[in-house]
Design a protein around this ligand. Structure first.
Ligand SMILES: C[S@@+](CC[C@H](N)C(=O)[O-])C[C@H]1O[C@@H](n2cnc3c(N)ncnc32)[C@H](O)[C@@H]1O
Length: 351
């Protein structure tokens, strides 16, 4: 027997989901064409006035603006026919340094769609898809998605939550940022702690090139270096602090990486492991954050890990208990959750 009420509720959900999915291209066009920034800077505007301001075709713009209003992404005033970004919408779409800037999430959604054929094929073989063989825009999307969180929390909250690390960084510490990707976390720390030396490692050469460019752009070349290396083959030792941002679960052999990192730390060193927020049981993660991370995990993280030796495939929703097992297996004296945000948990492991 079909329950009509449940059916209507579910179809309502599907309408919302399809609307969200079809917004990915629309939102990215708004970003690439500079429309959100123009709306944020210029205030309420008709389609004709916006067309002359940004020098784009009015007909296309009117359709795009109408979609954005129907999506609740812009406010529309029917009395005067103007469209505007509210302050809250601007934080999500226009202000790159806001803690809730989400453009990277839309870029990541596009990258996941592009990954579909390769990952779909891997379901049949159980094989992996190497990080470097995934969607062309994946590396930039990931960097863009995580940067606002790091810019707003890393130096102000996460590092101070670690035991004694701020003093060392202010005096002058040696730090490795392992799995650094495009190096935003490395650059943010290097800027905040000019007396310390930072080296970013990642096994993906293209990302290391981008990280070097970011360090140059942000004037931190003086105390940052970047090198291509696997997490379990770091060519240096004697670190006061090792950081891993949203990458331990992507590694093929996270336990091997943990052992190597412990050996690369000074005896009183600290390993900061930033991982996606997740509960330990599937039923704890059946929520909007879990939904996003399980999709990313299926289409990006599990294939990345399975393409490497061991192929542990922890997944992006491993949960604290599983992460503590992996970290603890390397013989760290203590592991604790130092702090958290809705998207991340920050674990501190002491050598
Ligand atoms: C989700 S991205 C995170 C990048 C960066 N930490 C950030 O937060 O923007 C995962 C990163 O881990 C790197 N990675 C995966 N497995 C690795 C391994 N075994 N050794 C070194 N880097 C690895 C990938 O190249 C990628 O840059």
């Amino acid at each position: 027997m079909i329950d009509e009420g449940k059916l209507h509720t579910f179809i309502g959900q599907m309408l919302g989901d399809l609307g969200g999915a079809s917004s990915v291209a629309m939102v990215r066009m708004g970003d690439r064409l500079g429309l959100y920034k123009a709306l944020h800077e210029g205030g309420p505007v008709t389609s004709a006035a916006l067309a002359s301001r940004v020098k784009l075709d009015e007909r296309y713009l009117r359709e795009w603006l109408s979609h954005q209003a129907a999506s609740g992404y812009l406010a529309y005033d029917p009395m005067v026919g103007t469209f505007a970004l509210t302050p809250e919408q601007a934080m999500v779409f226009a202000i790159e340094d806001s803690p809730v800037y989400m453009m990277g999430g839309f870029d990541a959604a596009a990258a996941m769609l592009e990954n579909q054929p390769k990952v779909q094929a891997a379901f049949k073989t159980g094989g992996g898809v190497a990080w470097g063989d995934q969607a062309t825009c994946l590396f930039c999307a990931v960097a863009r998605f995580f940067r606002p969180g790091y810019a707003n929390h890393l130096v102000s909250h996460w590092l101070p939550a670690l035991d004694g690390v701020m003093d060392k960084l202010e005096r002058g510490a040696k730090v490795a940022d392992v799995g650094c990707g495009h190096g935003w976390s490395t650059v943010l720390m290097a800027k905040a702690f000019p007396n310390s030396q930072f080296v970013g490692f990642d096994f993906h050469e293209g990302s290391i090139d981008d990280a070097r460019a970011h360090a140059r752009q942000h004037g931190t070349d003086g105390n940052t270096r970047f090198a291509v290396a696997k997490a379990k083959e770091l060519p240096e030792k004697g670190f006061d602090l090792v950081t891993c941002f949203d990458c331990l679960h992507d590694m093929g052999d996270p336990a091997g990486a943990a052992r190597h990192i412990r050996a690369a730390l000074k005896p009183d060193g600290t390993w900061m492991v930033v991982e996606p927020m997740a509960g330990d049981r599937l039923e704890d993660n059946l929520n909007p954050v879990g939904r996003l991370f399980y999709a990313a995990s299926t289409l990006v993280c599990v294939p990345t890990s399975k393409s490497q030796e061991v192929g542990a495939a922890l997944g992006a929703q491993a949960g604290e208990q599983r992460l503590r097992e992996v970290i603890g297996s390397a013989g760290f004296a203590s592991v604790r959750r130092a702090t958290e945000t809705p998207f991340n948990m920050i674990l501190e492991a002491r050598a």
